[in-house]
Ligand binder design. Structure first.
Ligand code: HEC
Length: 143
């Protein structure tokens, strides 16, 4: 009997450890999601459906990002997304409501560059951040 209860407590402990591991896995840092939640969800909504809390206040409703592939014959329009997110060629005080992230990231990364006194390629860092976002938005697509 004593043996059984020892076994039972062992099972209980390992179950507790397992659920802890599952929890840790769920909370793993997902940089694309983090970036999206921090900078995009306020307009495009937590799941990308265009229903962020700021969206109703905009003249142009923020796009439903989950439909991008569906509306493009099932293929994510990566180049267009990249250009819209980067915003190259859009005047800084233009009429577009979608912020220009390329410039914001360049400024943020330049600041990091100064702080780190490193020899980073800041343009490459900006590209990396934009691609990370596109990869995350790809995971939000309605299929
Ligand atoms: C202030 C609100 C706002 C924020 C914040 C915002 N967007 Fe947008 N976004 C818009 C609006 C409005 C549009 C619709 C069209 C336009 O104005 O160009 C749009 C359009 C887009 C499009 C083009 C969709 C299409 O139909 O082709 C993409 C992709 C996009 N946003 C991604 C992002 C990402 C990624 C972020 C975060 C880094 C972000 N947006 C943050 C308002 C916002």
């Amino acid at each position: 009997m004593k043996h059984v209860s020892k076994k039972a407590s062992l099972i209980a402990v390992s179950l507790a450890l397992c659920s802890g591991a599952v929890l840790a896995q769920q909370q793993k840092n997902d940089p694309g999601k983090l970036e999206y939640d921090t900078n995009c969800a306020i307009c495009h909504g937590p799941a990308g459906k265009g229903d962020g809390s700021l969206s109703d206040l905009l003249r142009t409703k923020a796009s439903d990002l989950t439909q991008l592939a569906k509306k493009n014959q099932g293929i994510l329009p990566v180049n267009r997304m990249y250009e819209v997110i980067e915003g190259k060629g859009v005047p800084s005080h233009g009429s577009r409501e979608m912020p220009i992230w390329g410039r914001t990231y360049l400024v943020e990364d330049a600041q990091r560059l100064i702080e780190a006194r490193g020899n980073y390629d800041s343009e490459a860092l900006v590209r990396g951040r934009i691609l990370m976002l596109i990869e995350y938005i790809n995971r939000l697509q309605a299929r």
